[in-house]
Design a protein around this ligand. Structure first.
Ligand code: AOF
Ligand code: ZN
Length: 349
């Protein structure tokens, strides 16, 4: 079998490894979510995932799981959703652990662009005589860690803009009242978006009008192990004076940002290791992110109600000609409670 040919069994086992990876997707930040299954004679003998930065990686848990169940790992195949690491970080290299375990084959979904790894994990395995194949279920594996992969490759985070709107695309009444347009299920879904985000960006207008907490508080989300996202308040014209009045400033590390947005995104990666960023803001700031082409994903929760012509619009851009419109590709639709969740990817302008 050549390096890049995969059987349906390969895909089946890698999908199980991806399911394992997902188990860590709310808690591993800033580390990527990674899963691993160990297979011998067509049977799964061990599985594991990376639960949290500082704790062992997926491969270590999977090898231990096999041993705990009395299986001999020698001669087995390991399916890993990210290239096994080759560096001594918070934990020793997984490639070394795999070599020492005696597995004969490692199947990898996607390479790790972390400069400390980037191909060296695969090389370490191959040098030890282990057969390595890369690329099975690669798209799914990349999607799980979109922010981590983008940040490692470009220095910029993956940016998601979330908007809750009515059927007629309105986000609040003229006086700013907006509690609640979407239902509780949609708002719980937003909690999951927050939990997957290293940072939440909002504007000073939203802070002054709504005084939101912008934290993760859904009890079903393993709150003890979630690192609360960093909060950034964009305040271009220094409108925020008495920060003590606002919930987001109960956290000491909330950042007030007065410079440009591309610089903010770079800073979030380089200084704070925030690789997935959620913009939960009013239409002015959301529009600026969209118009600057800084957005990877737009999520609109659309509620089945009409708010009328004097309510606030979800988009603040003003165009004269139709050819100035911003275009999107619809990636996914889901019904969440009574609302519709639409996920869009902006098309290049
Ligand atoms: C793996 N398996 O399950 C994960 C990997 O500081 P550390 O020691 O936790 O290392 C974090 C880096 O390791 C992270 O940036 C990424 O490159 C890799 N993550 N690698 O072999 C895993 N989570
Ligand atoms: Zn590792």
């Amino acid at each position: 079998m050549d390096k890049n040919s995969f059987s349906s069994d390969d895909e089946k086992f890698m999908r199980l490894a991806l399911e394992q990876a997902q188990l860590g997707s709310f808690t591993t930040r800033p580390n990527p979510a990674v899963g691993c299954v160990i297979v011998k004679n067509g049977l799964i003998i061990g599985k594991g995932f990376h639960p949290k930065a500082g704790l062992p990686h997926a491969e270590v848990y999977a090898l231990q799981d096999a041993k705990n169940h009395g299986f001999d790992v020698a001669g087995a195949s390991a399916y890993v959703t990210l290239e096994p690491c080759s560096h001594y970080g918070r934990t020793p290299p997984c490639a070394k652990a795999l070599v020492e375990s005696g597995v004969k084959q490692v199947v990898v979904a996607t390479l790790d662009p972390n400069p400390q790894v980037s191909g060296r994990g695969v090389a370490m395995l191959q040098e030890a005589g282990i057969e390595v194949r890369v690329g099975v279920c690669e798209q799914e594996a990349k999607a799980i860690n979109a922010g981590f992969l983008k940040a490692m490759a470009t220095g910029l985070p993956s940016v998601r803009v979330k908007i809750a709107a009515s059927l007629d695309g309105r986000t609040a009444m003229a006086d700013g009242e907006s509690k609640w347009i979407t239902g509780s299920a949609a708002r719980q879904d937003v909690q999951k978006l927050r939990a997957k985000s290293g940072a939440i960006i909002t504007g000073s207008g939203t802070i002054i009008a709504d005084n939101p907490a912008l934290n993760v508080r859904l009890p079903s989300l393993d709150l003890d192990n979630i690192t609360q996202p960093k909060i950034v308040v964009v305040d271009r014209s220094a409108r925020l004076q008495h920060t003590d009045n606002y919930q987001v400033f109960k956290k000491t590390d909330t950042l007030i940002w007065r410079e440009n947005l591309p610089e903010l995104l770079k800073t979030l990666v380089s200084e704070y290791q925030c690789y997935d960023v959620l913009v939960e803001a009013g239409s002015t700031l959301s529009t600026t992110f969209l118009q600057l082409g800084l957005v990877d994903e737009l999520i609109v929760y659309q509620a089945p109600c009409l708010l009328g012509d004097s309510a606030r619009a979800m988009f603040a851009g003003k165009f004269d000609k139709l050819n100035q419109k911003l275009n999107f590709t619809l990636m996914k639709t889901e019904q969440i409670g009574e609302d519709l969740k639409m996920t869009f990817a902006p098309k290049p302008q």
